[in-house]
Design a protein around this ligand. Structure first.
Ligand code: KIV
Length: 261
């Protein structure tokens, strides 16, 4: 396998490009341009149509990991540990992380600070590299009272600075910072020895990650502040479907070139 390792990511002199993918076709399209492809538990929202990520199971993530694994040649594949797949016991966490590695992931990502440092340590000891995730951690959406920017109050800011260090010391090889003020992300990045990867965390992180459907503009009427849409695929899909439907109804498709003799 010629995929980027965690050491390649840590030694990179360039900003890290990260994006989510959930299937083989998308994985193959994004592979050449990405350092990291994440099978995010965001799949609960963008693939399964749920309100949040809380119902995603380890089997769901393992299935999508197998799909993405088949589409990647060079990008590092990291998969999310979904809600309740790592919090209950260290034994369960190792078992579940192992399922994701067996499905093709090279590392796993899990959310949280001090409360998950023992789990990060244990997984790392068993040879399972862990990416941390702090800030607006979607699995704690009810605790945050919605998808809200984190780290604006002095107390929460101090907590995030402290827990970023703890996650690093527990053995995480990289850290996602989600929806935090840019100056806080800068401070965490300056203090961290591991790469930070931002989403809604400003320009100073060591890399950036976006959900593929967001950056491609695939979800109608959804554009949070931190998303830049590099295409408007929802509009393209709609106009292609409109043209196809018109052709079928008018008897203009298939034409001779699409027909077997
Ligand atoms: O689930 C996900 O897609 C994520 C990224 C947005 C960081 O965790």
């Amino acid at each position: 396998m010629n995929r980027k390792s965690i050491l390649d990511l840590q030694n990179s002199k360039e900003k890290l490009v990260a994006v989510t993918a959930y299937d083989t076709t998308m994985a193959a399209l994004v592979d050449a341009y990405s350092d990291i492809v994440l099978v995010g538990d965001s799949l609960g929202m963008v693939v399964q149509g749920k309100e949040n990520t809380l119902e995603v199971t380890i089997e769901d993530v393992a299935y999508h990991t197998r799909c993405v694994h088949r589409g990647l040649k060079q990008a590092h594949l990291v998969s999310d540990m979904p809600f309740l797949s790592y919090q209950v016991s260290e034994k369960k966490a190792v078992e579940n992380a192992g399922k994701l590695l067996q499905a093709g992931a090279q590392s796993v990502k899990l959310e949280g600070g001090e409360e998950v440092t023992d789990i990060i340590f244990k997984l790392t000891q068993f040879g399972i590299p862990v990416m941390g995730h702090l800030g607006m951690t979607p699995q704690s959406v009810h605790k945050w009272g919605g998808f809200k920017v984190q780290g604006r109050s002095p107390e929460r800011r101090d907590e995030l600075l402290r827990t970023a260090k703890q996650v690093e010391e527990a053995g995480a090889y990289a850290l996602v910072l989600e929806s935090v003020p840019a100056d806080l992300a800068l401070e965490i990045t300056g203090a961290a020895k591991i790469p930070t990867i931002g989403i809604g965390a400003g320009i100073d992180c060591d890399g950036q990650i976006l959900v593929c459907y967001d950056l491609l503009g695939m979800i109608r009427d959804f554009k949070p502040k931190f998303v830049k849409q590099y295409a408007s695929l929802s509009k393209m899909v709609e106009s292609a479907m409109q043209a196809y439907a018109k052709d079928v109804k008018a008897g203009n498709f298939p034409e001779k070139e699409h027909t077997y003799d």
